[in-house]
Design a protein around this ligand. Structure first.
Ligand code: KIV
Length: 263
């Protein structure tokens, strides 16, 4: 099992950290066997699994289910779970309970969005032995504050705030920080300043690692295609082809054939 210490060491050795999201048993097994270092049970499940417009509706019980089935499949990767909206903002005690329940079903740590209002919570989680990954830049749970999914950290003021927040997250005990949709130059600066690794998504090539949403990179979710996503497969097209072939064969009585039934 990959540990937080191993992840921090990878930065020291300048070894890129490769992360993907997963939400179910079979894909988590494939990702783990392929050698992915961190599997994030992202609250992006709200979008790519449940078809919601944003990540706000996903619940603790949804995320516990996704975490449980992913963790069951994984033998080597580090499984980190996104704490859903309102599961860590209301009180520190509630955040500890909720984060702890993810560890009980097999996660090795949790990810929280933002800095200022949740720094004390992060400190407490780390104190009680729950590894925390931070998340800065575009934080999708703040969609209504930002008013959209625009690039963050473009102005000097916002860039300085993100740098300050990154330093605070490191001091609070985060073992890594996701930087989402910020200019590559800003991500490079933060990566240079911090001792803990930065994991980029739409943050350019200078981060210590990269993460993508699995369904985006596989071409399995076409409702929304951000510029920073590279499609490594067209799984949606392959599923369409297979399903159409099945429909055709059943209609024509080709399937089931001798090979697929019992005399
Ligand atoms: O929910 C998610 O998938 C994420 C990644 C985009 C980093 O937070």
């Amino acid at each position: 099992m990959i540990t937080t210490e191993a992840i921090i060491q990878m930065k020291k050795k300048k070894e890129k950290i490769v992360c993907l999201t997963a939400y179910d048993y079979p894909t988590a097994r494939i990702l783990d066997d392929a050698g992915i270092e961190i599997i994030l049970v992202g609250d992006s499940a709200a979008n790519v699994v449940a078809g919601e417009k944003n990540t706000l509706p996903i619940t603790m019980s949804d995320m516990l289910y996704h975490t449980k089935v992913v963790a069951r499949a994984v033998r080597n990767a580090m499984v980190i779970t996104d704490m859903p909206f309102l599961s860590y903002q209301c009180s520190i005690d509630e955040a500890v309970k909720n984060a702890g329940s993810f560890l009980k079903v097999g996660a090795a740590g949790v990810k929280l969005e933002g800095a200022g209002p949740v720094l004390k919570t992060i400190e407490r989680l780390v104190q009680v032995g729950i590894p925390v990954m931070g998340h800065l830049g575009l934080t999708p749970q703040s969609i209504h504050k930002f008013g959209g999914y625009k690039l963050r950290g473009k102005t000097k003021k916002e860039a300085e705030q993100i740098i300050k927040d990154a330093k605070r997250l490191e001091s609070a005990g985060c073992f890594a920080i996701v930087l989402e949709k910020i200019p590559a130059k800003l991500a490079k600066k933060i990566t240079r300043i911090l001792k803990i690794p930065t994991i980029g998504i739409g943050a350019g090539p200078f981060c210590d690692g990269q993460i993508l949403v699995l369904h985006d990179m596989l071409g399995f979710y076409e409702d929304f295609k951000p510029k920073f996503v590279k499609q490594y497969a067209r799984i949606g097209e392959e599923i369409t082809r297979a399903v159409k072939e099945y429909i055709n064969e059943v209609k024509k009585g080709i399937f089931p054939d001798k090979e697929h039934y019992f005399e």
